[in-house]
Design a protein around this ligand. Sequence first.
Ligand code: NAD
Length: 362
Amino acid sequence: MSIASSTSLPVRRALGSRMRYSAPRLSLGSSSIRRAFSTTLSRDATWGFIGLGQMGYSMAKNLRAKVPPSDTLIIRDVNPETTERFVAESKELAKSSGAGEDAFRVEVSAHPREVAEKSTVVISSLPEPQHVKDVFYNILKPGKLPTLEEERLFIDTSTIDPPSSREVANVIHGTGSGVFVDAPMSGGVIGARAGTLTFMFGASSNGEVVKRATSILLLMGKSALHLGPQGSGLAGKLANNYILAINNIAAAEAMNLGIRWGLDPKVLAGLVSSSTGRSWPMDVNNPVPGVVDTAPSSHGYEGGFGISLMNKDLRLAIAAAEESATPLTLGATAREVYNAAEEQYRGKDFSVVYKWLLDKSE
Ligand code: NAD
């Protein structure tokens, strides 16, 4: 595993390595394809971004702000209001920087295929596995993508299941359309805005691919961890979020228990935070209103990490565990909790599990 810091790599390196790399021969039906890697430096790069939601919008903004102004960013989202807002904000930013409103090149595309055809790097941030498969199906339906000066790199930052990601990667690699890297992220909407996300990614151990993916991810985050071959980023992300799902329930139950025993919630949280029960849901995202001022629980459980996303990640972790015949003794119980709490508090931060518990204890 390699860890990189955001301060170490100049932006231009994100445009990729120009060295020659001999890829393995891949069989696709009756034809055999050797992927081409270029040694030519492209002056004005074209970037693609698909899925500008809570996370993707800010990530694309950071990307646009950090790559050279003469580079082009092509954006695609099923929601046209989002892409219109992005274009307007980019013009505003360029104007206020004194460079003139068209200094930052942003194009909107209605077709994921067009984004992929033109871009040497395509980043996606989509909600669920079916959205990722749908986008890549549309990209590849007409056949192999045209070869560009530089090997095309796809970085999918969506949290999906490793088998779906592998399926997409196999088609990208099998058609010689580029390199596909899974790079889910941690840090939430605040981290996306601040450009302080942590990415965990899976890519072949080819040094140049790892270096190239790392420098690109560091345009949107503070660290990028290479965990192993394609799919490894998602395996790491789902393992982490399995812990998060369980710790959140444990923190909510323990706070409820302590309060019912007569303990002051802030005193209890303080004790646990300096003891062995310490966890992120207890320290940072405490589920009891008023314990941590900045936590969503202190603001009506608004913002933060939505309970539906937590439930989705838990579902994916359980499915991936089943696929590898790995027992998860707490998985099914946690799933029941999130299903019920989501039903009641859809749209709220996942720490709302505490409120759901209170409703049950009354
Ligand atoms: P979101 O639902 O806010 O955004 C997804 C975007 O994708 C939307 O703008 C939607 O219109 C667009 N979209 C959907 N289908 C599309 C398609 N076929 N083509 C183009 N655009 C399409 O989701 P988000 O919160 O930004 O999360 C994105 C991914 O990141 C998810 O997989 C999520 O689990 C993961 N994630 C989210 C957080 C978080 O705190 N929100 C944190 C870490 C990871």
